[in-house]
Design a protein around this ligand. Structure first.
Ligand code: G1P
Length: 297
């Protein structure tokens, strides 16, 4: 059976988005009509994921509530004939089983993934970070392509990458490819948030991974890395050092990664998603045009 389980870490504090994230998870911030994490779940559904394990933490209960059935709300909308609003709840019926576990101490992304070990056991699995959307309105099958490379090449780890500008490498895990870079390439090493000078390439980890369970052993062997945290990238490098096979898959031009982790890219993402909303996009675009014209005069 092909991989159908994904781990979605949503335990981070979202400190770069304060005060918006003081009492709500960054993953529940709205981008256009939907919270970020709903896009992530819908994208995973498109790639054949049917079981989803959220790694949550203090203050993240609204994520669980969002994916629950709300019978009372549904009943009310039905009784009062609000068909349009009812349609907005259709995601409740996604073919997905939800599981939740908590990261009880904030020791880094690597530690958050390690919290999945008791539930994942010895099966291969996907990791999708809950604060990044791939593709406009999450129309991407990147995870399906990664799973297919993982299986056909008998890989131990597959990571999605996006080319970023040289000044952006400091924000991401960066690939050291083993040779030529194309749509699929051999991975030699990853460096977490290097300086511009240290960066081995400008290929940034794009928030989607496929792992064999060997990652869990690597995660127990790493020491705190960048920022004093247990870094997933360090565990991947350790696997690769030990002879595991790692591949990179690059995002296509049409499936940019939308990172919600800081205000600059959150605002841009919101603007782009809202401006392409089928109902309100045209009017928003003309409003923005008016604002910009006014600014120029
Ligand atoms: C994490 C990872 C980093 C990756 C990034 C993708 O960083 O540690 O390797 O490139 O997610 O969004 P964070 O954004 O949690 O600082």
């Amino acid at each position: 059976m092909s991989i159908d389980i994904a781990v979605v870490p949503v335990a981070g504090h979202g400190t770069r988005l304060l005060p918006a994230t003081k009492s709500q998870p960054k993953e529940m911030l709205s981008v256009g009509r939907k919270p970020v994490v709903q896009y992530v779940v819908e994208e995973l559904g498109l790639s054949g994921i049917q079981r989803l394990l959220f790694i949550t933490s203090h203050g993240k209960a609204s994520i669980e509530q969002h994916f629950d059935f709300d019978e009372q709300l549904g009943g009310y909308l039905r009784e009062t004939g609000r068909e349009e609003q009812l349609k907005a709840l259709e995601f409740e019926r996604l073919n997905m089983e939800y599981f939740y576990t908590r990261q009880r101490r904030q020791l880094g992304l690597g530690h958050a993934v390690l919290c999945a070990r008791p539930l994942i056991g010895s099966q291969p699995f996907v990791v999708a970070l809950g604060d990044s959307i791939i593709g406009l309105h999450a129309q991407s099958d990147i995870v399906r392509r990664m799973i297919s490379q993982f299986e056909s090449n008998h890989a131990d780890v597959v990571v999605a990458f996006e080319e970023v500008a040289p000044e952006e490498v400091v924000h991401y895990g960066i690939a050291q490819p083993a040779g030529e870079v194309s749509e699929v390439f051999q991975l030699e090493k990853l460096v977490e948030k290097p300086s511009r000078e240290e960066a081995p390439s400008n290929l940034a980890v794009a928030a989607r991974y496929v792992f064999s369970p060997a990652i869990f052993d690597a995660l127990t062997r790493i020491k705190p890395g960048k920022g004093g945290e247990l870094q997933l990238t360090d565990a991947i490098s350790l696997m690769l050092d030990g002879g595991c096979k790692g591949l990179g898959v690059t995002l296509s031009k049409t499936e940019r990664r939308f990172d919600i982790g800081n205000f600059d890219s959150y605002f841009r993402t919101f603007a782009e998603f809202a401006m392409s909303d089928p109902e309100y996009g045209a009017s928003l675009r003309s409003f923005v045009r008016q604002l910009l014209d006014r600014e120029e005069t």
